[in-house]
Design a protein around this ligand. Structure first.
Ligand code: HEC
Length: 159
């Protein structure tokens, strides 16, 4: 049987990489972060909230736990405010402007193989929103500029 044009279009759409519109926190990000990050960044691991972490960073670094990444709200704090761009700086594969060719120190945790890391990073980027991935901070620090309103407007972060 000849494929209809519609079938061809539908199959092509499936083959495309993840788009912002169909990546959600519930279906994609929460399960990925549970598998890859919860060991050191969850309430179960006795990880602190971002605010607690900032109060006593040395203690938590010694315990080898980082701020919690196990709820939507905890992630928004590491993406948008107050720790703008923290998630992106840590998960970048080294190709972003200002990354200096060096992956962030949490990039390796995105997967156990190169293929898995590449795929998971693409999903996180798609979840943020088209063109929303940048390493900027809330306020300029050294070479890193402060984030602009236009850059913030690109964040989608669908729940
Ligand atoms: C084996 C433990 C471990 C795993 C797994 C891990 N992390 Fe971390 N992470 C840490 C520790 C410890 C710190 C704090 C020390 C540092 O800044 O490197 C940290 C710091 C961070 C920070 C910086 C937070 C801030 O406010 O400065 C982010 C963002 C982060 N991790 C994201 C992730 C993500 C996302 C994953 C999963 C893909 C992940 N980490 C997996 C241990 C881990």
């Amino acid at each position: 049987m000849k494929r209809s044009l519609l079938t061809t279009i539908a199959c092509t759409a499936i083959a495309l990489p993840a788009m912002a519109a169909d990546v959600t926190y519930r279906n994609d990000i929460a399960p990925m972060f549970k598998a890859q990050c919860a060991e050191c960044h969850s309430a179960d691991a006795k990880a602190p909230t971002l605010q607690e972490y900032k109060l006593d960073q040395k203690k938590y670094d010694k315990e080898k736990v980082g701020p919690r990444t196990d709820t939507y709200e905890n992630l928004v704090m590491l993406i948008a405010y107050p720790d703008s761009g923290a998630l992106m700086r840590r998960l970048d594969d080294g190709t972003s402007t200002l990354a200096g060719g060096k992956p962030g120190n949490m990039y390796k945790n995105l997967g156990s193989t190169d293929a898995e890391r590449v795929k998971n990073l693409a999903t996180v980027k798609a979840w943020l929103g088209e063109g929303a991935w940048n390493l900027n901070r809330w306020s300029k620090k050294g070479e890193v500029p402060g984030i602009t309103k236009e850059e913030q407007d690109k964040l989608v972060l669908k729940y």
